[in-house]
Each structure stands twice: as structure tokens, then as C-alpha cells.
Write a protein that binds this ligand. Structure first.
Ligand code: B12
Ligand code: SF4
Length: 445
């Protein structure tokens, strides 16, 4: 059949119903907000894609939906007591259901917009993500900075968004919309975070520093034990085990059951205690202000005192923190799955796996020259418990490392031995070997 003879084409030509419009519409901001609230959102704000707060993720957003002109940020509240209980099954049920609500609201709003001839899409609240890009950035949009730009709160010391009214007991969503909007939201002018540092005290792996720095690998290793990374490590345990008895010496029956539960019912977070203890937000703060000791007794101590397994990487700040601060918890060392597969990934990810406390005695500048499959020059400076990664060779190095890219990645992935690489001159040093060892010691193994 010729295209012109197709019944759908004939209907279209005769002026039949089509909603898929090319025309750009200007939506009334209040109408859009009401649409989201009526669909079940608890608060909403709209910002344009050209806002400076979106600079670092505009490219990724436009890759997913090149027509994006405005971003609709919205939240769903979570029930507080469900998050505060030490019973993680209850907290996880709350996370999963609130997350589903975010996705359902997004889907319903996009459906209505589509019916109005407006193209839009709703990226996931959390999972599924673009796992093909793992271990790189697998999410399509970072909801937190959009929510902050849209006036829905500010990030507290624990790096979660705190809503001025509901506190941090919220999950976030973002819609990408191809329309103009009559007016846009602005950030709120204060941070609801009280800087009480209860989140710092509650985190079993010390992921939150009192200054607001976040130890990504610490949280990811423990909290995400039954998500992508932890699951990958678990499969390697299964593969390496010599038989059932050996497997049981590596993985307890309760861990196997827990992994089954995550695979069957949705992956379960191990902690999220930073959210549980946070007293910020107008609707949350009252009881804390009236009786801080009671807040500690009821909402902080039960989590600190909970007998549980805490997952850490070898040679990590988290391992030391957990052993020192929570000697009654069982600290279990697990495999590191935050392993890069490209030099670009190594340079992007190094700051995420860097262990500040392990670097305490090191002050050095490294010049890296990668050869072979990925030619690249970079400078890494470790000083005052911080890491700085720069393109090209900058300043005077304390150690120059020239490495075959594939060999270096193999070394990071524990597939190649550094001594072998040095002997074969696949990795060459100009400067003291002890600085290479000290460099390695700043990262978990
Ligand atoms: C990646 C991620 C994580 C990572 C990193 C957390 C982080 N601070 O970014 C891990 C696994 C540790 C994590 C843990 C948790 N998360 Co989370 N997570 C996300 C995700 C997918 C993206 C976060 C993001 O955009 N970060 C970017 C910037 C804005 O964050 P940042 O704090 O400024 O800086 C960190 C990142 O930039 C990160 N980073 C930078 N570049 C790269 C590159 C790569 C490859 C990676 C992996 C990380 C990374 O490193 C920085 C330091 O950690 C979002 C969902 C989404 N699509 O937005 C949910 C989200 C942030 N998570 C959420 C929650 C609730 C949690 C947990 C409580 C666990 C849980 N029950 O869900 C904990 C809390 C940990 C904490 N205190 O931050 C909520 C937060 C809600 C709120 N009120 O703000 C979100 C928004 C999900 C949602 N839709 O509501 N999460
Ligand atoms: S627990 Fe205290 S310091 Fe941490 S985010 Fe909440 S208010 Fe801020």
C-alpha cells in the first residue's frame, strides 16, 4: 500500500484527530503547577532550561529530549515514622511506594500534556537508569539541583534537599517539557538545614562530614549493597566460591535471603539514616526544639545502637569509622566495584573514591601521561586531605607516571599487577616509587 492510501494518512489529511503538534505553546505556570498538585504532587516549581543552575547537566538532558525548554520539579512527601524506624523493611517500603508515586505523577502529567499537544517526558525518580554507562553517570537528570533552582528547598549538610515545610522527608521528580512557561520559580533565600550534624552522627559509614563533604564510596558500598555495585560483587563471590560450604563462608544465609528479597521486591537500601534523624523543616522541627534529648533517644540512638552488618571497602575511611564509632556493629569488608574501564572514567571517578583520611600524610603533585589506546595527560594533586584533578600537565610534579592506558586500567581493576607492569615498562616512573604507593593508599582496594 502506498503511504498516501493508508487509512491513517487519509484521516490525517482530512483533518482527523492528531495531538502530536509541532507548534510551541506557552503554558500558564499556575495551570501547570495545579496539574502536578492535582496528580498528587506535594509541591512543584518550574524553571527554564537556560538557567545557570542547569549548566552542568543541560547537555545530558537535551540528549534525552532535545526539545526540552522547561523543567518541572516536583516532590512527594514520605511518612516520617516509616523512615525513622530501625526496621529497614518499613523504610524501604516507604521509599519504594513514594518513588512509584513520583513516577506515576510524572506519567499522568505527561499524558495530560500530550493530550494538549505538548511534548514532554518523565525520567525515572531513581531506577531504571542507563546502566550501559555504568560505572559512569547512569541517571538522565539530577533531580536535586533542579529542585533547588525551582525553590523546593536547599541541600543540607547531608546533601539531600530539605523542603522548608516537609524537611528532608521527600522524594524528587523532574519533567522535561517542550513549551514556554508564563513565569518561573526562584530558589528560596535560606537553607532549612540547622547544621545540628545529627546526620553526621547517625551515618554508620561516616559518609557525611561535618563540613558537608560527602564520601560517595562509603555510602554507595554500604547503602547500595544490594544495588548494581554490591550485586556485581555478590555475583563474583558466587563465581569464585569452590562449592556451597565455601559460598556460605563468604555470604551468610541472611545475606543470601536479603539479596533474594531485593531481587524479588525491589532493591533495599541498607541505611538512609541521614534522612531518618534530620529535624529540619517547619512541620518536623517542633518536637526537636521542645525536647532535643527525646529526639536523640527516639530517633537517633536506636539507629546508632542497631546491631547490623555494615559494608565497607578495604583500606577505606568508612572501615575505620565504622570500627571505631560502632564497635557493636559487624563490619564486613567487600569487593570494590567502583572500577573504571577507561582513563576518562578514572579521572572523573578518582574524586568519588578518594579517601581523605587515608591521604592525611601526603602532599604531592602527580603528572600522568597515558599512552596507547587512550592518550591523555593529567595532573592530580593530593594535599590537605583533598584531591584535585586537572587536564594537562600543570606545575612541577613530585612524580611523573607514564603508563600504557590499558595496563593502568587493568591495574585499577586488579586484573594486572603493578610490579609486572613496572618490570615490563608498561608503567614508568620519574620520581620516588613510594609516592606511587602513597597515591594508591588514598583509594580503597
Ligand atoms: C547517584 C545517587 C546517589 C548516590 C550519590 C549521592 C549524591 N550525594 O549524589 C548514592 C548511591 C550515594 C545515593 C545515596 C542516597 N540517595 Co540517592 N540518588 C542518586 C541520584 C541517582 C543522582 C544524584 C545526583 O544527581 N547527584 C549529583 C549532585 C547534585 O549531587 P551532589 O551531592 O552535589 O554531589 C555528588 C554527586 O555529584 C556525585 N557524583 C558526581 N559525579 C558523579 C559521577 C558518577 C558516575 C557518580 C556515581 C556520582 C557522581 O558525587 C558527589 C558526592 O557524592 C538521584 C536521583 C536522580 N536521578 O537525581 C538520587 C537521590 C539524590 N537520592 C536520594 C536518596 C533519598 C538517597 C538516599 C537517602 C538513599 C535512599 N534511600 O534513596 C542516600 C542518601 C545519601 C546522601 N546523603 O546523599 C534522593 C534525595 C531526595 C532528597 N530529599 O534530596 C534522590 C534525589 C532520588 C529522588 N528522586 O528523590 N544516591
Ligand atoms: S541532620 Fe541536621 S545537619 Fe544534617 S541535614 Fe538535617 S538539619 Fe542539617
Amino acid at each position: 500500500m502506498k503511504l498516501a492510501e493508508h487509512p491513517a494518512v487519509i484521516k490525517y489529511r482530512e483533518g482527523g484527530a492528531t495531538k502530536d503538534s509541532q507548534a510551541l505553546q506557552t503554558l500558564d505556570a499556575q495551570w501547570l503547577q495545579k496539574l502536578v498538585l492535582d496528580a498528587g504532587g506535594d509541591d512543584v516549581g518550574v524553571v527554564k532550561i537556560d538557567r545557570p543552575e542547569v549548566d552542568d547537566q543541560r547537555e545530558d538532558i537535551l540528549q534525552a529530549f532535545p526539545r526540552t525548554r522547561v523543567l518541572v520539579s516536583y516532590i512527594v512527601r514520605m511518612n516520617r515514622e516509616s523512615l525513622r524506624t530501625p526496621a529497614r523493611s518499613i523504610a524501604n517500603m516507604e521509599f519504594h511506594h513514594a518513588g512509584d508515586e513520583i513516577n506515576e505523577i510524572g506519567r499522568a502529567v505527561v499524558r495530560t500534556l500530550e493530550e494538549q499537544g505538548v511534548k514532554a517526558l518523565n525520567p525515572a525518580m531513581g531506577f531504571p537508569m542507563e546502566m550501559e554507562k555504568f560505572p559512569g553517570k547512569v541517571w538522565v537528570v539530577s533531580h536535586k539541583p533542579i529542585a533547588v533552582a525551582a525553590g523546593l528547598g536547599k541541600m543540607g549538610i547531608h546533601r539531600n534537599v530539605i523542603h522548608p515545610r516537609f524537611g528532608n522527608f521527600i522524594l524528587l521528580g523532574t519533567l522535561l517539557v517542550d513549551a514556554e512557561v508564563s513565569e518561573q520559580a526562584q530558589p528560596i533565600d535560606y537553607n532549612p538545614c540547622l547544621e545540628c550534624k545529627l546526620c553526621v552522627a547517625a551515618c554508620p559509614v561516616g559518609a557525611i562530614s561535618p563540613t558537608g563533604d560527602f564520601n560517595f564510596s562509603a555510602c554507595y558500598t554500604h547503602n547500595y549493597r544490594e544495588f548494581m555495585g554490591g550485586f556485581t560483587d555478590w555475583t563474583e563471590q558466587v563465581a569464585e566460591a569452590k562449592g556451597a560450604i565455601d559460598y556460605r563462608s563468604r555470604v551468610t544465609d541472611s545475606e543470601s535471603a536479603s539479596m533474594w528479597q531485593s531481587l524479588s521486591f525491589g532493591a533495599n537500601y541498607k541505611a538512609a539514616y541521614c534522612l531518618s534523624v534530620c529535624p529540619a523543616g517547619e512541620e518536623v522541627i517542633g518536637p526537636y526544639l521542645e525536647d532535643k534529648k527525646a529526639h536523640l533517644r527516639e530517633n537517633v540512638r536506636p539507629l546508632q545502637e542497631k546491631i547490623e552488618t555494615v559494608y565497607v571497602l578495604n583500606n577505606s575511611d568508612a572501615a575505620e569509622h565504622a570500627r571505631k564509632r560502632f564497635p557493636h556493629k559487624q563490619v564486613k569488608q567487600v569487593g570494590n566495584t567502583l572500577r573504571p574501564n577507561t582513563i576518562e572514567g578514572f579521572l572523573l571517578g578518582a574524586s568519588l573514591v578518594f579517601q581523605p583520611e587515608k591521604s592525611a600524610n601526603l602532599s604531592a603533585r602527580y603528572h600522568f601521561s597515558f599512552t596507547g589506546e587512550e592518550e591523555h595527560k593529567a595532573t592530580i594533586t593530593i594535599r590537605d586531605k583533598t584531591i584535585r584533578i586537572e587536564e594537562g600537565h600543570i606545575g612541577k610534579p613530585d612524580l611523573q607516571i607514564t603508563a600504557d592506558a590499558k595496563t593502568w586500567i587493568g591495574f585499577l581493576r586488579k586484573e594486572k599487577n603493578i610490579v609486572w607492569a613496572l618490570l615490563r615498562r608498561k608503567v614508568r616512573l620519574n620520581g620516588p616509587l613510594k609516592l606511587l604507593l602513597a597515591f594508591g593508599n588514598c583509594f580503597p582496594q
